[in-house]
Design a protein around this ligand. Structure first.
Ligand SMILES: *[C@@H]1O[C@H](CO)[C@@H](O)[C@H](O)[C@H]1NC(C)=O
Ligand SMILES: *[C@@H]1O[C@H](CO)[C@@H](O)[C@H](O)[C@H]1NC(C)=O
Ligand SMILES: *[C@@H]1O[C@H](CO)[C@@H](O)[C@H](O)[C@H]1NC(C)=O
Ligand SMILES: *[C@@H]1O[C@H](CO)[C@@H](O)[C@H](O)[C@H]1NC(C)=O
Ligand SMILES: *[C@@H]1O[C@H](CO)[C@@H](O)[C@H](O)[C@H]1NC(C)=O
Ligand SMILES: *[C@@H]1O[C@H](CO)[C@@H](O)[C@H](O)[C@H]1NC(C)=O
Length: 351
């Protein structure tokens, strides 16, 4: 099976199977000083993905091919074990439209390739990974994988919304995420999109494979996730965000906004029409359109498509190990929750 997750989060794993929470960070700003500043988007942009992506705007940290296909957007291709093609934006949003943060704040859309009846949403605050009350599954009438759809995250200090095409399918208010917004994502995030084989037996804990819907049969691949465009709007006008005054509270009030009347280099790069590379600015306001197409039969093959806004962009072996450990924990939590939910009649189960 494959899972696709779209998250605006803090750390949607740059490395690998980006699923569940991408909660690892090389410089944890809540208990460390000197974490690097983050380049602000500071405005709104539409990025066209028809002919690929701009390497000045996106980092590609993992294995797996990502290439433009023309009218159907950019394909994130999951062809073999170990692939987890993903892109992480070099810009950050401090509240915004679309997607996620480095102290492990995270907002996610997730798509399971083995499940075409539900959309999955999740969020994490400060890396708190306890499962249970944050995930939410939304039933859809038609398979989301047969066509392109807009997956939007609208994130303000007051509330965050997940919007499927034009419908708000979920809203979480600041105080809903524990009193005082303790679990509420509220620090600058970048956007992360990726696809991974959650059903890859060699890479994931058994609970993850089960969550994915079974073991991934790469012979039925490649599994593609297609992204047509990304719309991002930063609700803060700035050149940079800094952690210099951050403390263990992790609150938005402690984020330093630098250069309110200036624009960042990355914003200039993006808005430079028909700029270098193969990327071009569009005048339309397309949000995020995604088509996750499963080559061959579904059932097996996992692709997790993730959009996240993360502040942290470093990834390495250490993070990978931490991520795996986390996944194992989440897999265990998942099992517990699956049982709990199995005993309910609610149509919304949680992962
Ligand atoms: C800072 O927090 C991270 C993640 O929560 C943790 O792994 C690390 O050990 C902490 N470091 C210190 C110095 O407390
Ligand atoms: C930014 O937002 C404005 C106002 O909504 C809109 O007119 C403009 O087209 C947007 N720019 C981009 C690049 O999407
Ligand atoms: C885009 O996808 C459609 C539907 O699968 C297909 O008919 C069309 O040929 C594709 N376009 C390109 C340029 O691959
Ligand atoms: C899809 O997810 C929903 C919600 O968790 C679940 O009830 C359903 O059984 C899943 N379908 C498949 C085919 O796994
Ligand atoms: C983590 O979140 C759970 C609820 O999801 C909450 O019960 C717990 O107290 C939180 N832990 C911390 C350290 O905030
Ligand atoms: C997605 O958003 C774009 C721009 O707002 C719109 O043109 C398109 O019809 C939307 N697609 C869907 C499936 O809602």
């Amino acid at each position: 099976m494959y899972a696709v997750s779209l998250s605006a989060v803090a750390l949607l794993a740059s490395l690998l199977p980006t699923t569940f929470a991408q909660t690892t960070t090389a410089c944890q700003p809540l208990n460390t000083t000197g974490c690097p500043n983050m380049e602000a988007l500071g405005g709104n942009v539409t990025l066209d993905f028809e002919s690929g992506y701009n390497v000045k705007i996106w980092q590609k940290p993992n294995a797996g091919e990502i290439k433009g296909t023309g009218e159907n957007g950019t394909a994130f291709i999951l062809a073999k074990s170990g692939d987890s093609p993903s892109l992480h934006s070099n810009f950050y949003l401090f509240f915004g439209r679309m997607e996620i943060s480095e102290d492990l704040d995270e907002i996610d859309w997730e798509f399971l390739g083995s499940n075409n009846t539900h959309l999955f949403t999740n969020y994490y605050g400060k890396g708190n990974l306890t499962m249970g009350d944050r995930g939410y599954e939304y039933p859809v009438d038609e398979s989301p994988f047969d066509d392109f759809h807009n997956y939007t995250i609208d994130w303000t200090k007051e509330r965050m919304q997940w919007i499927y095409d034009d419908k708000v399918i979920r809203e979480v208010k600041f105080d809903d995420a524990l009193p005082g917004g303790k679990n509420y994502p509220q620090t600058p995030m970048n956007i992360r999109m990726g696809c991974w084989a959650a059903g890859d037996m060699d890479k994931n804990a058994i609970g993850v494979v089960e969550w994915a819907g079974g073991s991934t049969d790469f012979d039925q691949g490649p599994f593609n996730m297609l992204v047509k465009s990304v719309y991002a709007k930063d609700y803060t006008s700035a050149k940079e965000y800094s952690w210099e005054d951050m403390d263990s509270s992790g609150t938005w009030e402690k984020v330093t906004v630098i250069g309110k009347d200036e624009v960042s280099d990355i914003y200039k790069e993006i808005t430079k029409a028909h700029g270098v590379d193969r990327w071009k600015a569009l005048s339309t306001t397309a949000k995020i359109a995604i088509l996750a197409s499963v080559g061959g039969v579904l059932a097996v093959g996992a692709c997790i498509f993730a959009f996240c806004c993360v502040r942290q962009r470093n990834a390495g072996r250490k993070e990978y190990a931490a991520f795996q450990a986390q996944q194992n924990q989440e897999a265990a939590d998942f099992e517990t929750h699956k049982e709990q939910w199995a005993n309910r009649s609610s149509k919304y189960a949680r992962l």
